[in-house]
Design a protein around this ligand. Structure first.
Ligand code: TXA
Ligand code: MG
Length: 342
């Protein structure tokens, strides 16, 4: 496996590997992706093998221009009105953390989309990703570059530790800027629906196109999944994770070896004041953003969880984020990685 910093040369090597049917992990603005040629079924099969990803879970197809939508989507199946919405979304949010679910064309093999007639398509806002796609002269199917269900990788080192020798190359482009995956938006039904909250906040989408249906956070049976990233126990650290509202985390009695992950510094300080009477010392105390700034918090969410997960602690108590903007995606990832608190 080659582990290389992003340069023109390494990008060209990566493109060559992709063209030959290999797997290349690459940076995007959200999380690192594990890329394969979206038109090559045997390369796509390797993604599922390496990630231990169930074949019912479709991949996101990455393109490097709005024009390339035509190479992957089937516009003959899309109503004129909907086409307008797609281009409105694309012009406003691309490149960026929004995946749009559209009818796919026949060139995209069924394995890419888990047999669905639709594909989630996105144009990432990362120069290395864009160059890699352009140089490989294809579209790149890429899920997050981690074992299915585990914490998403926001650094090249996370990919190396998680997938290592099983892939051909890792392109290191530094830490991911946004830190949570793209928002997955389904525009194929009567109502536009967020299947997975992510890096493009609901509010921004609604300002542009009006109200959209929410992502259901209830428990899903496998047969009912419209977007398998909705599975509970996805994005999970190995350490048991419990998510608490700020009022509850402040007063939470805890045991030896427990760690705390606060959304903001104010809540951490209130917790400290409330804890002065107890003798217990937590194993670690982390804050996603001292000032409670949402994008900063999102960008270090997975990284901080990776860090806590490597400490060999008994459990993590995490504070829920405010449910606005990127907070919806932060809470979604925390809840799905969490155990139920009884
Ligand atoms: O930010 C991201 O989206 C990252 C980077 C690498 O681009 N990718 C990512 O991929 O998060 P993955 O495979 O971990 O998550 C893809 C999500 C899953 O929840 C999947 O079910 C959903 O997108 N999805 C893909 N195709 C779909 C389709 N045709 N219909 C409904 N959901 C789909
Ligand atoms: Mg994933």
């Amino acid at each position: 496996m080659k582990f290389l910093t992003v340069t023109q040369e390494s990008l060209e090597m990566g493109a060559k590997i992709l063209k030959e049917g290999g797997l290349v992990a690459f940076p995007t603005e959200t999380v690192y992706g594990l890329g394969a040629d979206a038109f090559n079924p045997s390369a796509l099969a390797k993604i599922f093998d390496v990630k231990k990803r169930p074949h019912f879970d479709p991949l996101i197809i990455h393109i490097a221009s709005i024009d390339s939508l035509e190479n992957v989507a089937d516009f003959s199946q899309i109503k004129k009105e909907t086409q307008k919405t797609i281009f409105l979304l694309a012009e406003n949010f691309w490149p960026g953390p929004l995946s749009i679910v559209l009818p796919k064309n026949d060139r995209i093999p069924g394995i890419a989309t888990a047999g669905l007639s639709t594909a989630a398509i996105r144009f990432p806002d990362n120069e290395a990703a864009q160059k890699l796609i352009s140089l490989s002269q294809t579209a790149i199917a890429a899920p997050s570059a981690n074992i299915f269900g585990s914490l998403s990788p926001t650094r090249a080192e996370h990919v190396r530790d998680n997938l290592g020798e099983k892939i051909d190359m890792i392109l290191d482009g530094g830490p991911a800027r946004i830190g949570v995956e793209s928002t997955v938006l389904d525009i194929t039904g009567d109502k536009i629906k967020i299947l997975r909250p992510g890096g493009t906040p609901r509010e921004a989408i609604e300002r542009l196109i009006g109200p959209v249906e929410g992502s259901e956070t209830g428990e899903h049976g496998l047969d009912k999944i419209s977007s398998p990233g909705q599975l509970k126990n996805h994005y999970a650290p190995k350490t048991p994770l419990y998510v608490l509202k700020s009022d509850d985390i402040i007063r939470r009695p805890f045991e030896d070896g427990a760690a705390f992950l606060f959304f903001d510094g104010l809540t951490r300080d209130a917790w400290r004041d409330a804890q002065t009477k107890t003798q217990m010392l937590p194993a670690a105390v982390k804050v996603l953003s001292e000032s409670g700034q949402m994008s900063e918090a999102a960008s270090c969410l997975f990284e901080t969880l990776h860090e806590l997960d490597s400490l060999n602690i008994s459990c993590i108590y995490a504070q829920e984020a405010p449910q606005t903007g990127l907070g919806e995606a932060i809470n979604d990832r925390l809840m799905r990685g969490a155990e139920k608190l009884v």
